[in-house]
Unconditional design. Structure first.
Length: 675
């Protein structure tokens, strides 16, 4: 409307009515769509826009620590400093919204737009949306401010405001379509999606009427014809981690988590895992050592509060700690930081949660549901801010519960209840916050580079998006019968399949994970098909020779018809696999074999309980099963060396030798066992 409060409307000469206020908790705007259509959207300076701000304020603050869905949103995206955009600067260039400059009239018009977008999306023709998220409104408004600032700067550079025949630009209605087109061409911004949406919403007839009696010089159809600049989509990154990286990261993180519990003398939920050796306190009482370290941190926290800044008064306690345990508190801190990042990694690997969801997890989020342990948190994406919090579920397999125990102990040091938190202690009187998006990605990436002493994965950077898609890919591999690359994956696959069907419908995160699994099934089938059908892939098992002969004949026939190997493999993957996976091989089906003399031979198995793919003529073993056979070798070797198993040593060694032969056949190029 382009007004100062209490002024007279510049277009119609009618006084501005100050008629209504927004409630503190506004699910519904006090303005109706009928009000907007009738031009009755008139604002009072005291109209509340958030718990912290009113319409007439120069600074709108949407931050609210009570809303869990804000925990992952940077505070900068929840604030609008309107006064900043009216502050004149001598600098004619700017790189983002913080240097933008528009007129006071434009600010008032954009305030009306922002308020309606925030509280009455239906006025924009947005069906089924009761309110827009503040961060969406802030980002959209900033994009518009930058654009109109560019328009004003362009006019200023051309000196158009000095020409009396051209009216100066004060209101949005003074901006022409050509102004926008010129600015987009000469001052392209990479936020085209947001800007295009913002201009289209601003041009909506009902919103334009609410902002001003005079019409804008463009409409939504005009905006569709403009050339916006969009960020280039990255293609130089991997969508999922390689199997070897997933296994390495999982094994390292799980071992460190179990190591910490062993150090404290606590039992682990994951009984099948192998802890690493703690780097400190090997001959100490771990629980007492942790307690003494916490006491040091508590002394420093209290001292810092009295001092008014960060400080330490524990030199004597630190010396005593070093003499008692043989390590310094700094060394203890570094190990705890490693354990903390290992626990982050476990949670990230096996929840498949987005970063925004991970920030809703706290140290008391483990519960039981339908007899299963689950993590309870808050799904953020596509959910209303007023939707119930803490009701969304993620299956909590044993190693995840162990990771949560570690993080709970560490929270005693940091006074931060968020499981994704920093390693520093929260000062007395200050609110705790979860790690930022970059902080979380950096923590896991740094952990990977620390444990990867060989430097094999030095170029990899881990983020929540990569973890999410990698988990979906691994679950899809399990769905098509490929071998679990970590026993924790088997736990998770079993837990997900055990959830009642209605859970997928009721809890969005579980349903989304199922959808992601389905989307990755194609790549999983292709991986399995390549290992099974590729002409150059080695196979073993009782049915290997016959299978290789059939495979060779098939590919030769398809090549004669003009098919490439990749085309054949893609086609075979689309058809699925005509085999059942039994963990250590593929089974062609439990059926009798007809011998030359007319008699039938039963296969050497009873389902998968006594599967012997080395001898069975209906079995094929591929490279995907190699980890399982390495485990067979290792387990039988260890059992044969156990004096308690002396009575079974000979059959154990025979089983180990048979497994070694399978591995040798799967690695014909090396002739050396892959351990």
């Amino acid at each position: 409307m382009g007004y100062e409060y209490g002024d007279v409307d510049r277009h119609g000469g009618r006084p501005i009515a100050l008629s209504w206020n927004l409630p503190m908790n506004a699910n519904q705007s006090p303005v109706t769509i009928e009000d907007v259509m009738a031009g009755r959207t008139l604002f009072d300076a005291n109209t509340r826009v958030s718990n912290n701000s009113r319409f007439g304020d120069d600074f709108w603050d949407f931050t609210n620590p009570q809303i869990a869905r804000f925990s992952s949103v940077p505070n900068g995206r929840l604030r609008l400093d309107w006064a900043m955009y009216c502050t004149v600067s001598d600098d004619n260039t700017f790189s983002d919204h913080r240097g933008a400059l528009i007129t006071k009239e434009m600010v008032q018009e954009l305030k009306v737009f922002a308020f309606l977008y925030l509280t009455l999306p239906s006025a924009f023709g947005m069906r089924g949306v009761q309110s827009a998220k503040p961060q969406t409104v802030v980002i959209t408004v900033r994009a518009l401010i930058v654009l109109f600032s560019d328009v004003l700067r362009h006019h200023r550079l051309l000196g158009l405001e000095q020409q009396p025949q051209l009216s100066s630009i004060r209101y949005l209605t003074d901006v022409s379509l050509q102004d926008i087109r010129t600015v987009l061409k000469n001052f392209p911004r990479a936020n085209g999606d947001t800007l295009k949406k913002g201009l289209s919403l601003l041009a909506h007839p009902q919103i334009a009427r609410a902002i001003s009696v005079k019409s804008l010089q463009w409409n939504a159809r005009d905006i569709k014809g403009l050339a916006f600049k969009f960020p280039e989509k990255r293609t130089d990154y991997e969508k999922v981690m390689p199997n070897e990286l997933f296994r390495f990261l999982s094994n390292s993180a799980c071992a460190d988590v179990l190591s910490f519990l062993s150090f404290l003398g606590e039992s682990a939920h994951d009984q099948s895992g192998q802890p690493s050796t703690p780097p400190i306190g090997l001959n100490c009482n771990g629980a007492q050592m942790l307690s003494d370290y916490i006491a040091i941190r508590e002394f420093d926290r209290s001292y810092s509060a009295r001092l008014g800044k960060r400080g330490s008064s524990t030199a004597w306690q630190r010396k005593k700690f070093r003499l008692a345990y043989g390590v310094t508190p700094k060394e203890m801190f570094l190990w705890l930081y490693r354990v903390q990042r290992a626990a982050f990694t476990v949670i990230g690997l096996y929840t498949g949660a987005r970063y925004s969801d991970l920030t809703s997890f706290t140290t008391n989020c483990i519960h039981t549901f339908h007899g299963q342990f689950v993590l309870t948190g808050t799904l953020v994406k596509n959910e209303s801010l007023d939707a119930q919090e803490g009701k969304d579920l993620w299956p909590a397999i044993p190693i995840m519960r162990d990771a949560m125990v570690c993080l709970t102990h560490i929270s005693r040091i940091t006074h931060n209840p968020y499981i994704l938190s920093g390693c520093e202690t929260v000062p007395i009187g200050k609110p705790p916050y979860p790690l930022s998006l970059n902080g979380f990605s950096g923590a896991i990436s740094n952990y990977l580079h620390e444990v990867d002493t060989a430097g094999r994965w030095v170029d990899w950077h881990i983020n929540a998006h990569l973890l999410r898609h990698t988990l979906a890919h691994q679950l899809a591999r399990a769905d098509v019968g490929l071998v679990f690359i970590a026993h924790q994956m088997k736990h998770l696959h079993t837990a997900l399949n055990a959830l009642p069907p209605d859970v997928t419908m009721m809890y969005g995160n579980v349903g989304e994970l199922a959808t992601q699994r389905a989307l990755h099934s194609g790549s999983a089938y292709l991986e399995a098909a390549k290992e099974l059908y590729s002409p150059d892939r080695p196979v073993a098992g009782g049915g290997a020779d016959a299978f290789i002969a059939r495979r060779k004949a098939y590919f030769e026939g398809m090549a004669a018809q003009g098919w490439t190997v990749d085309e054949v493999l893609t086609n075979l993957a689309m058809q699925g696999l005509p085999f059942a996976s039994v963990g250590i091989g593929y089974c062609g089906g439990v059926r009798d074999t007809l011998l030359k003399d007319g008699t039938k031979e039963r296969p050497p198995c009873i389902g998968s309980l006594q599967c012997n793919p080395i001898q069975c003529q209906q079995a094929v073993i591929t490279k995907t099963h190699e980890p399982a056979w390495q485990k067979v070798v290792s387990q039988n070797r260890n059992l044969a060396a156990d004096p308690r198993m002396a009575h079974a040593k000979e059959p154990l060694l025979e089983a180990m030798k048979a497994a070694e032969e399978v591995l040798a056949r799967l690695n014909p190029e090396s002739g050396v066992l892959q351990q």
